[in-house]
Design a protein around this ligand. Structure first.
Ligand code: FES
Length: 220
């Protein structure tokens, strides 16, 4: 069987697996945000950056190849991840203590895991429109990290194709595929996979904020 070296551990992989998939199968942790098993990798957050044979690459998109030497847990890579996380935080409005997703947010968890203690960069304070038009589901666009998981889940799992990403740079934003552009004019439901997969507090089910007590939340 073909193998790769992950921080010195010799790990077998199946043809077609990515470095991330073979690490997960071997119980070796590589930080990630926009990747979720079961969905095609998007490669946008770059949090899964590793060094493969001396070159930086995203583990979720890089195919595993025999004899690869992959570095994961090094000081250099920890600093890269810290910078990437800080940039993700300043590009949006992520006030964790006041966010309903606090304790269950993958961005917040990643920041704790990487020991992030400050923003370092100047915040952008984006002002993207909220969408509270739907009775059960809310969009806070300023918390979106553009991972496209909701886009894929709505299209490929829910069969509704409700979400898309539009714009560039600071104008990038989540769009809703309805005539009015509002969630109220879609057939989204609070049970949709597209709502569940949001790793941050950008797509939320209404009426559930702070429902789970501190200490019992997903990542507490
Ligand atoms: Fe690989 Fe986001 S998890 S680029």
């Amino acid at each position: 069987m073909k193998t790769v070296s992950l921080d010195g551990a010799v790990v077998p992989f199946a043809e077609g697996q990515t470095v991330m998939e073979c690490a997960l199968a071997a119980n070796i942790s590589i930080p990630h945000l926009c990747f979720l098993p079961g969905f095609l990798p998007h490669g946008s957050c770059r949090l899964c950056t590793v060094k493969i044979d001396g070159r930086l690459a995203s583990a979720c998109t890089q195919p595993a190849m025999a004899g690869q030497h992959v570095e994961i847990d090094t000081e250099e890579l920890r600093q890269v991840r810290l910078s990437l996380l800080r940039m993700l935080f300043v590009e949006g409005n992520h006030y964790c203590p006041a966010c309903e997703k606090s304790g269950s947010c993958r961005l917040q968890k990643a920041a704790y895991d990487e020991g992030m203690l400050d923003l370092h960069y100047r915040p952008w304070y984006p002002k993207r429109k909220m969408d509270a038009s739907h009775p059960d589901v809310l969009i806070d666009r300023d918390r979106c990290i553009f991972c496209e998981l909701c886009v894929k889940a709505s299209r490929d799992v829910d069969g509704k194709n409700i979400f898309g990403i539009s714009g560039r740079g600071i104008d990038t934003h989540l769009v809703v595929n309805s005539k009015s552009g509002l969630l109220a004019d879609t057939d989204i439901s609070a049970q949709d996979r597209a709502v569940e997969v949001c790793p941050v507090g950008a797509i939320l089910v209404k009426g559930r904020g702070f429902e789970i007590p501190i200490g019992k939340r997903l990542y507490d």
